[in-house]
Design a protein around this ligand. Structure first.
Ligand code: NAP
Length: 273
């Protein structure tokens, strides 16, 4: 086992927990939880942390991580303050910060997919929050930070697939966006990629999605076929008249071939269960 100590903020969440499960076999890995107390309060590797009430520095000084992975959701202003404090800690200690960002940092650009070095611009509050925290990270020395931009995350256990199954059972419509062109990932792919980045001490900006693009409607329909032999109600939602891209493709910082994948790999990963 590598002696690197890793702390996953949001270790009880969908992405944070997938990363925890992947890394804990190889590194001394810790996580935080907030509302999910039942499953984590008796696990010694997990620390309770509520970003609206607690000081993150206390958690950091308790765990003393060399790598922090930020996979939190929560109140936007509390998230900004927490990241200010995390950055202060990272700057003065022997520590790196991996921040889970989103394709939404480019959601104001609808005509093309986006690459690592493109300028960010967002029309959404969520995208602007991610940009704000990314910009804070850019003030760290480059070897201390990584920005991981992630597109929509699927997978059998993902909230997105769970919600679709629930909609089918309850005879509710599933929304698709026929004009939306995107790339995608799943929990397995993203955690393997993050494992590689941490192992190789890689820093900078990474776009962690499929190498190719798909229409949201086509993709969801194919995934639904894998998930079960149902007749789901599909609701087509048009947000614009023209095609709109929400895609983060890799160009400058490519991962090795065995960690690259296509949207079809993500579809094929969905199985009946
Ligand atoms: N899922 C996607 O498709 C996707 C795509 C791109 C980027 N991302 C980014 O990836 C990150 C993780 O997303 P996710 O989908 O894994 O979210 P999630 O399942 O909702 O997990 C969020 C995590 O934040 C914790 N949390 C919530 N409120 C908190 C609070 N007040 N104080 C402290 N911790 C709190 C949760 O803890 P409890 O559950 O214990 O309360 C959980 O560990 C987010 O930053 C998100 O923007 C997600």
């Amino acid at each position: 086992m590598d002696n690197k100590k890793i702390l996953i903020l949001g270790g009880s969440g969908f992405i944070g927990n997938a990363i925890y499960k992947e890394l804990c076999k190889y590194f001394d890995t810790y996580g935080t939880y907030c509302h999910a107390a039942n499953s984590y309060s008796t696990n010694n590797q997990f620390v309770h942390y509520n970003l609206e009430e607690d000081d993150i520095v206390e958690v950091l000084e308790l765990v003393k991580p060399q790598v922090i992975i930020s996979a939190l959701r929560g109140n936007f202003s509390a998230l900004i303050i927490a990241h200010e404090h995390i950055l202060e800690y990272v700057r003065k200690e022997n520590c790196q910060l991996y921040f889970i960002s989103s394709a939404n940092v480019f959601d104001a650009y609808s005509k093309y997919p986006s690459y690592e070095m493109d300028k960010t611009l967002s029309e959404s509050i969520y995208g602007r929050l991610k940009i704000r925290i990314e910009n804070m990270l850019f003030r760290l020395p480059k070897e201390k930070m990584a920005i991981l931009r992630i597109p929509m995350v699927f997978g059998n256990s993902s909230p997105r697939i769970r919600d679709m199954k629930k909609a089918i059972i309850e005879n509710e419509p599933i929304e698709v966006f026929p004009n939306l062109i995107l790339n995608v990932t799943n929990d397995d792919k993203v955690t393997q990629q993050i494992h590689y980045l941490i192992n190789r001490n890689k820093t900078g900006i990474y776009h962690l999605g499929s190498n190719d693009l798909t229409h949201h409607e086509d993709f969801i329909k194919e995934v639904l076929e894998r998930v079960g032999n149902f007749n789901p109600i599909i609701k087509r939602v048009y947000t614009t008249n023209e095609d709109r891209y929400l895609a983060v493709l890799p160009k400058t910082n490519q991962l090795p071939k065995n960690l690259q994948f296509t949207f079809q790999d993500i579809i094929d990963h969905h199985v009946l269960n």
